[in-house]
Design a protein around this ligand. Sequence first.
Ligand SMILES: *[C@@H]1O[C@H](CO)[C@@H](O)[C@H](O)[C@H]1NC(C)=O
Ligand SMILES: *[C@@H]1O[C@H](CO)[C@@H](O)[C@H](O)[C@H]1NC(C)=O
Ligand SMILES: *[C@@H]1O[C@H](CO)[C@@H](O)[C@H](O)[C@H]1NC(C)=O
Ligand SMILES: *[C@@H]1O[C@H](CO)[C@@H](O)[C@H](O)[C@H]1NC(C)=O
Ligand SMILES: CC(=O)N[C@H]1CO[C@H](CO)[C@@H](O)[C@@H]1O
Length: 444
Amino acid sequence: MLLPMLSGLSLNVVGIIAFLSFNLIAFAISVFVLFSPRLNLWLCIWNFVMDKLRYILYQKLRAKRREGLLTDIMIKEHKDIKLEVHQVTTDDGYHLVLQRFWCTRSGAAPKKAILMQHGLMENSSVYLLHGEQSIALRMARAGYEVWLGNNRSSLYGQMTLVEDHEGNVQMHEKVNESSFWNYSIDELVKYDFPAMTRKVKQISGLDKIDFIGMSQGAGQAMGSLSSDADMKDHFNSMILLSPACFLRKSPNGLLMQILLQIPESWFGVHEFMMVLSLAPLIMPDWIVGTCGYTIMKMSGFLKRPLGGAESYKTRAKWFKGVPLGCTSTVNLLHWLQVMRDGGVLTRFRTREKYNIEGMLNTWDKQDSSLHKPNVFVILGDDDCVIDHEASRAAFEERDSNNEVIVKTRKVHVANEFGHTDFLWADLENNSHIYDKIQKFLSCH
Ligand SMILES: *[C@@H]1O[C@H](CO)[C@@H](O)[C@H](O)[C@H]1NC(C)=O
Ligand SMILES: *[C@@H]1O[C@H](CO)[C@@H](O)[C@H](O)[C@H]1NC(C)=O
Ligand SMILES: *[C@@H]1O[C@H](CO)[C@@H](O)[C@H](O)[C@H]1NC(C)=O
Ligand SMILES: *[C@@H]1O[C@H](CO)[C@@H](O)[C@H](O)[C@H]1NC(C)=O
Ligand SMILES: CC(=O)N[C@H]1CO[C@H](CO)[C@@H](O)[C@@H]1O
């Protein structure tokens, strides 16, 4: 093997060259097609190619899926952790997977439950990237039963593939239907979040649970609480990591700028950019590990050194799906719309705002004997998509004189942290953030 001989530096150089050449070719093709008089014909061909790619992808995934879900494998590595897999059906008929686990070491059954919801194009394994130091395992060791939410917007592996009763992996029967893919954040807010909450409460038997949400996962939760006043009663404390609630107008970062310029028809019909999901499955680990890192850096999402840097195999495992988990094209278009407009999260078709600010103001004014969740918001000052100033202003709690107080809500802006750093970056630098989270949860 040539690879072990290459140093980390030259791997990065190779990755960047591979990445840039890919972009150059894509750009040349785009220019050619966009200025071609036969634009429609080209688009038909493009969609045909995408359709074929989807089936190659599904075959590859079927093979991988037989090895088991990455999240389950990651949890099972820890002998004193007990894992259960639950399914919940949303009101609009999608089946979501939840992983429930707790530490058996202490003997006593856990009395607290925490639901963790991943961000756009991720799946639940993002909460376990750093093994024992990951926030999910830390919470389990601290005596919680941890619930990881999944699917609908998460990885292709659950979205499109299902197991029959004999355990054979098959394609989802509705996968060819446009209606199956016709979902945006609005559906994640309206159906998925309430369904997962319901399930966690039902199985744990608890009246109130805690929550951690990352980016879209946090936006989804706040959207849901702001549209249904009763939702707040299910939660004791909510931790929001880079919550996608108040966005910058036009994100920073070269790749994001390019993404905003791409014509919509290029994103494919059902799933967003199948090529993105296919590539990591075909390419060797060292390219996946290196390109994944380079892309996260270039998109401006990651500002700190990535953990797992010691081995490209570890990184490849992460990037084979975690950041490229498939989502619907509609969901992506929704995010691009919100990013172009900036400001508070809005609904896809009507562009009506989710009344998150109004909800927070109402909480501040309400009688202190009424229940409201404790909220801890963690923002990075170097976040390329979230407007941390606007988020801070909105989430800060105010008394009747409009003075900022810290009673039920707390906002922490971390220096030199980017959008994804709280879960992805080197844990050495994150443990103090996790300490703060644990402290907040234990005193509320
Ligand atoms: C999450 O993504 C990984 C790929 O990184 C995949 O192997 C895994 O099956 C996915 N789903 C779960 C629930 O872990
Ligand atoms: C979807 O369509 C493709 C052909 O375009 C076909 O091969 C596949 O079996 C279909 N899948 C389902 C679940 O109907
Ligand atoms: C998608 O859903 C919306 C309503 O939620 C509906 O108006 C639209 O026609 C649907 N589109 C497709 C292709 O099913
Ligand atoms: C934290 O991140 C910096 C780079 O941002 C790195 O140099 C340092 O080694 C990391 N670890 C600690 C404990 O600071
Ligand atoms: C919508 C969808 O595909 N949901 C799937 C979520 O994952 C479970 C288990 O893998 C599937 O059974 C569902 O069909």
